[in-house]
Design a protein around this ligand. Sequence first.
Ligand code: ADP
Ligand code: MG
Ligand code: MG
Length: 872
Amino acid sequence: EKWVYSFAEGNANMKPLLGGKGANLAEMTRVGLPVPQGFTITTEACRAFFKSGKRMMQELKPQLLHALERLEAAKGQKFGDGSNPLLVSVRSGSVTSMPGMMDTILNLGLNDNTVAGLAKLTRNERFAYDCYRRLIQMFGNVVFGIEAIHFEQLLLRLKHSLGVKQDQEVAAEGWRQLIDDYKLCVKRHAGRDFPQDAHEQLELAVEAVFKSWNNQRAQIYRKINRIPDSQGTAVNVQSMVFGNMGDDCGTGVVFTRNPSTGENALFGEYLVNAQGEDVVAGVRTPQPIDRLKSDMPDIYDQLARVCKQLEHHYKDMQDIEFTVERGKLYVLQTRNGKRTAQAALKIAVDLVAEGVTDKYEALQKIEVSHLDQLLHRGLDESKVTEVLAVGLPASPGAAIGVAVFDADTAAEWKKAGKRVILVRPETTPEDIHGVLAAEGVLTSRGGMTSHAAVVARGMGKPCVCGCESIRIDPQNKHMLADGITIAEGDWITLDGVTGRVIRGAIPLQEAKVTDELVRMLQWADEVRTLRVYANADNPEDARTARAFGAEGIGLCRTEHMFFAPSRLAVMQKMIMADSPEERKKALDQLLPMQQADFEGIFEAMDGLPVTIRLLDPPLHEFLPQLDELQHKLQQADSDAERQQWKHMIRKVQSLHEFNPMLGHRGCRLGIVYPEIYDMQIEAIFKAAVACMDRGIAVLPEIMIPLVGDASELKMLRELVDQVADQVLGADHRRDCKYKVGTMIEVPRAALTADRIAAHADFFSFGTNDLTQMTFGYSRDDAEGKFLSHYLDKKLLPHNPFQVLDAEGVGQLIELAVQKGRSLKPALKTGICGEHGGDKDSIAFCHQTGLDYVSCSPFRIPTARIAAAQAAI
Ligand code: ADP
Ligand code: MG
Ligand code: MG
């Protein structure tokens, strides 16, 4: 089996095998860009490595050696050779980009002997020993798991003793001293010497990079981004180029467009006389890329050309790593750059306008989960008073929370329900669980391309970094800004658009729909076949939904109309009624209220279908809790009042059920108390008549919940038709093309869908209940009790209440669609659960041939794009 490919053998399409970094290094080599030579060990090798118990496979060794020999021949150098040593980096590279989550080691091949050779060869002692000390630190950290802090402390001590501040001020002699300290440090913590044998170094490094696939932060990152654990990482072995040989050298990261705003201008940072990790690790705050124009104009022009070329080649904004060695430019990595939602839209629309790509590709590139961010945030500027500091606007959006100064506390407090802002001098990839828990991230050091910034942007979280005027003291859990101390637990607000750090909790404002979003949504509408409806229970939500492009209402929950305080009292009277007459009286009072709501909704949706679900929840939900009533009873100060509370207590007791979600609810209510449904149906049709008389086109679709047997629907459909006949005169009857349908949310309904279809004009899959009943998980309890353990232990890939379980629940949906359509080919079908706004679930709906998805108003733009993506 071939486990090793030289860069000259691969190409961009080999990502699954070579990883993203490896495939792109090969692709860039292929098109003639200046890439240092090297080779890639495949992801298959990584999987084999884990299968053989995390041991280097015997068959890999000769392949590795052979590739190394070819590299030596090409470079005219020898690995481990004292006079002309080959040095390499060993770089992780997964299939799906996971910035900074895994490990890389530079300067491999250096030892006490080769370092002297390198010094002689380059006539630069300082440089050679600088490389060596970096190797020992990275190797110690990655291979032996020695925490970076131990090395950093030694470095600090050295600089202190030399009386210097910056690394660049340390001379060769200083580095030599540090190397001795580092070696002792390795010996003490790892219990063995730093390996002097170059081949041993390489083998250990490759193993360590394989293993880094399973380090904690990589696992968390995969979980958030739904990256399969089985992918594995490739390992790239690449000959070194050096940005730390002097002032005609440097290293940097450049985005071909601005990843925050999408503006078409190079964006990035670099450091003169530095090695790769220095920029991304955020230890020194780098220079903006524009400065390169004056520092090294030729290099800048060359870099700009490379950027254009790569952008055209990959048809997308690129995130590029480069190094300049003695006035020569090298490209070390390219990938599609992470970006904010706003930038993503602007870049996509611009690239279509520039003719680089087309609308289909543009749509596919939209990360729909980020649209949420775009459709909400924004500070209410009138409330911004105390700006504490301004840092780099690394990831836009506003974040409000209490300051915490370490990742563990961030995670804990978030679990306890608090909103937190993670504040760190700089974040390292070890902090990822804190970033995940935080509303936003603030750092005092590190640039726009530091890991904190990249990871925050990737998660769509606001981030302000490099805020150097703030003194952050993580030990004592506070920070000092503009003379003000902010302690752990104090409220702050971050504005990732301007980089402002603001004291207190600043209220947010709704975001506007930008031109780019409008354009993208137009394209989405041209491409998609799935319709997008909204869940809306009142006229205002209906208007919002329509403004966001809803093509109808897929779920109007009538019970929400009863929860307003003035109505709840009447509703309670209705439930408490002892006789049908009494109940009728209360219902008569409720009718005009419901009618008014429906009129408002019909008006807002003029000409579009409105799906109204008849009463669904168990009646006890409208009555107070038992202990609350008991308390009221004790407080009562008249006999009459006491009687009243006792009466209610008896009612609540009589309504008590052991499994209310499997109890007297949905159509079961309509069957036992037909007068309730009767009133609701009457209100719907009266509202329809009133609206039609005002010239509004009304398309009511009456939906019966929780049907499990065709007979239930048959009986209630007759009720609907009967009330319709009474309320709609012959004229209105003609113009009011109402539908009657059912929710499919009980597994038995899915199984008998052909019989149910006989009485239904449409099916709407209530995937919340359907998931609950198919899994047998109470959706109100599962998450807190056991579901999170299931997810942690990977017994389930996702929370099935968030991402539709295509494997199980999905079968029921497919079956029901197929059975329903076998009887009525034109049967309308859709879903109305929480899943209606989730992109994977939307893709499933598209594949299953549903007619529509219904989701909350703010998710409609997301759903329109996801539906288009599913159709491409
Ligand atoms: P990450 O995925 O964390 O970015 P990389 O493998 O890309 O890790 O490497 C980290 C840093 O080291 C980058 O800045 C990269 O450009 C630099 N680097 C990697 N290999 C080499 C090399 N052969 N020569 C010079 N710099 C390198
Ligand atoms: Mg990189
Ligand atoms: Mg339901």
